[in-house]
Design a protein around this ligand. Structure first.
Ligand code: NAP
Length: 491
C-alpha cells in the first residue's frame, strides 16, 4: 500500500559505500525498492554502489536484483524492478586509494544541485579515509549528506575521533547517524502515544509509575559477525545505542515541537541526567552473562566460546542487564531496567511500564491480588500496544482479573508498517534529522557506558554463565529482585 505517494519526489544521488555488503543487500536496497514501488523515488534518482570488487553496472544490478528477490519475497515484482533496476549503477573504489575517488567524481559530475547522500555502510575504520578523500576529490558540497552506520566508535574517545573526522568535512546538520531502532514504526508510535494523547502525560512520572523495563532479546547467536562481536560485546553493540535511545524516547520531557533539535535536545537531557555507574555500583546495578550450550526454541545451541570465530577463552558478554536511574524531578526513584542478550528464549523487543499499585484497596479478600496496571509496548516481532487493567470477572463474587486492552497496529490501520531503513533513507533524502543521533547524544551515551565497561574489565570474575535458551544469568534476576520487582518474562 503506498505511503503518501508524492507527485514529484525529488531526484537525488545516493552513493552506497559498502554497496556489495550484507547490510546493503539485505536491508538498504530492498528498502529503496519498496520506496520506489510506493512512488517515493524519482525516476531521475541514482543509486550508486561503491566497493572494491570489480563489477559492471549490469553485474551490480543483477546482484541487487537477486538480493531484493530473496529478501522481499512475495513483495518483489518484476514490473517494478524493470523500472527500478536502471537507477542502479556501480563504481569501483578502494576506500584507501585516493585516486579511485576520481572515478566517483566523474560519475557525479553535473549533478551538484541535487541531494547527494553518501551512505557509509563499511566498517568505521574506513570512515576517516573516505571522508578525507571525498573532500580531496571535491565531491562533497552543500547539498551533501553523510549517513553513518553503527558502530559509532567503541568508547567516548573513538566516537569523538569519528565525529571530528566527519565534522571536518561537513557540518553537523549534514550528518545522519543511524540508530535503526529510531526508524521503527512502534518507536514513532511511542512518540504518538506520549505526545498525541492527553491521557498518559499526567501519569508519566514518579508517584504513578513504579518501574520501566526495556527488553531486547535475540534467539540468534553471533552468526556471521563473530570477529566484530567478540571485540565489541553486548554493552557496546546494543545498550550504548538501541536501548539507551529507547529509554530516551520513553523518559524525555515533551519537546516543544517535533523538529530535530527540539527532540534531540530533550533526549540529550535524559542521557546527561543518567546517574553514573562507577566501580562500586557496577556489580550491584549491572549483570553480564555469556551463554553456555543449551536449547533455544527447539534447536540445540553450542556455547558462545565454541562458536566459529570466537576465542575459546573469550570473556565477551552476550547478555547485559542494567538498572539505570535518571536524576530528574520526573524520574527520581523510578528504576529503568534494561536487558538485552543473545540466545535468549524469544526474539522480542518490548517495553513494559508498570504503574503503582492502587493506594488503597477496597476489594480485599481471597480472590484479589490486584497486580498493578501495565502498559506494554511491543516493537518486535509484531508491533502492538497493550494496556493491562483490572476488571470484574463475571459471576457472583467480586473477583478482579487482569484484562488487556490491546491495539494491534497492523490490524487497526490495515497498512504495511514501514521498515526502519525505508523511513530513515526517506528522511535523509528529505533532510529530516529528527530520527538521527546528534554528536552530543552519541558522546553522552558513551560517557555513561565507559565507566561500566571499565568496572567490568577490572572485575576478575568475568561474565556469568547462562544456558542458551534461558533469560540470562542468575545475577540478572537478583539485580531486579533487590528492588522487589521481577522481570516480565511473560513476553
Ligand atoms: P560487510 O558485509 O562485510 O560489507 C562490507 C562492505 O564494505 C562490502 O561492500 C565491501 O566490499 C566494502 N569494503 C570493504 N573494504 C573496503 C574498502 N577498502 N574500500 C571500499 N569498500 C570496502 O559488512 P556489513 O554487514 O554490510 O556492514 C557494514 C557496516 O554496517 C559495518 O560497520 C557494520 O557494523 C554495520 N552494520 C551492519 C548491519 C548488518 O545487519 N549487516 C547492521 C548494523 C550495522 P568489497 O569487499 O568488494 O570492497
Amino acid at each position: 500500500m503506498p505511503h503518501g505517494t508524492r507527485a514529484n519526489p525529488p531526484a537525488f544521488d545516493l552513493i552506497l559505500f559498502g554497496g556489495t555488503g550484507d547490510l546493503a543487500m539485505r536491508k538498504l536496497l530492498p528498502a529503496l525498492y519498496r520506496r520506489f514501488a510506493d512512488g517515493l523515488v524519482s525516476a531521475d534518482a541514482r543509486i550508486i554502489g561503491v566497493a572494491r570488487s570489480t563489477l559492471s553496472d549490469q553485474e551490480y544490478a543483477a546482484r541487487a536484483e537477486a538480493a531484493c528477490r530473496l529478501y522481499l519475497g512475495a513483495d518483489f515484482q518484476d514490473a517494478v524492478w524493470a523500472n527500478f533496476g536502471p537507477l542502479l549503477s556501480y563504481v569501483r573504489v578502494d576506500a584507501n586509494a585516493t585516486t579511485d575517488y576520481q572515478r566517483l567524481a566523474g560519475r557525479l559530475a553535473g549533478r551538484d544541485a541535487l541531494v547527494r547522500l553518501f551512505f557509509l555502510s563499511t566498517g568505521p575504520d574506513l570512515f576517516a579515509a573516505i571522508c578525507r578523500d571525498l573532500a580531496a576529490a571535491n565531491i562533497v558540497n552543500a547539498n551533501s549528506r553523510i549517513m553513518l552506520e553503527k558502530p559509532l566508535g567503541e568508547d567516548a574517545a573513538s566516537a569523538s575521533r569519528i565525529n571530528d573526522t566527519v565534522g571536518a568535512m561537513v557540518s553537523e546538520r549534514q550528518i545522519y547517524r543511524i540508530d535503526h531502532y529510531l526508524g521503527k514504526e512502534t518507536v514513532q508510535n511511542l512518540m504518538a502515544l506520549r505526545f498525541g494523547n492527553a491521557l498518559f502525560e499526567p501519569l508519566w512520572r514518579r508517584g504513578q509509575i513504579s518501574n520501566v523495563q526495556i527488553t531486547v532479546a535475540e534467539q540468534l547467536g553471533v552468526e556471521k559477525r563473530a570477529e566484530f562481536f567478540d571485540r565489541t560485546g553486548t554493552l557496546r553493540d546494543m545498550v550504548q545505542n538501541h536501548l539507551l535511545q529507547l529509554m530516551c524516547i520513553l523518559a524525555m520531557e515533551p519537546p516543544a515541537t517535533n523538529a530535530a533539535d527540539a527532540v534531540r535536545d530533550e533526549k540529550l537531557k535524559v542521557l546527561r541526567a543518567l546517574r553514573p555507574i562507577g566501580d562500586a555500583e557496577a556489580l550491584l546495578k549491572t549483570a553480564r552473562g555469556q551463554y553456555r550450550a543449551g536449547i533455544v526454541g527447539t534447536s540445540k545451541a553450542v556455547a558462545y566460546v565454541e562458536e566459529a570465530g570466537i576465542d575459546p577463552a573469550s570473556r565477551t558478554e552476550t547478555f547485559v542487564a542494567i538498572k539505570a536511574e535518571i536524576d530528574t524531578w520526573r524520574w527520581a526513584g523510578v528504576p529503568f531496567y534494561l536487558r538485552t542478550g543473545k540466545r535468549l528464549p524469544q526474539h522480542v523487543a518490548e517495553i513494559v511500564v508498570t504503574f503503582e499499585h492502587v493506594p488503597h484497596s477496597i476489594f480485599t479478600g481471597r480472590f484479589n491480588s490486584e497486580p498493578p496496571n501495565r502498559l506494554v509496548i511491543r516493537l518486535q516481532p509484531d508491533e502492538c500496544i497493550t494496556l493491562r487493567i483490572l476488571a470484574k470477572s463475571p459471576g457472583e463474587a467480586m473477583r478482579l482479573k487482569p484484562v488487556d486492552l490491546a491495539l494491534d497496529l497492523g490490524e487497526s490501520f490495515k497498512a504495511r508498517p514501514l521498515e526502519a531503513y525505508e523511513r530513515l533513507l526517506g528522511d535523509a533524502i528529505a533532510g529530516n534529522l529528527t530520527l538521527f543521533m546528534r554528536r552530543d547524544e552519541v558522546e553522552a551515551a558513551w560517557n555513561w557506558i565507559d565507566p561500566i565497561r571499565a568496572a567490568w574489565d577490572a572485575d576478575d570474575d568475568g561474565p556469568r554463565p547462562y544456558a542458551a535458551g534461558s533469560w540470562g544469568p542468575a545475577t540478572s534476576s537478583a539485580l531486579i529482585a533487590r528492588d522487589g520487582f521481577a522481570w516480565n518474562d511473560d513476553l
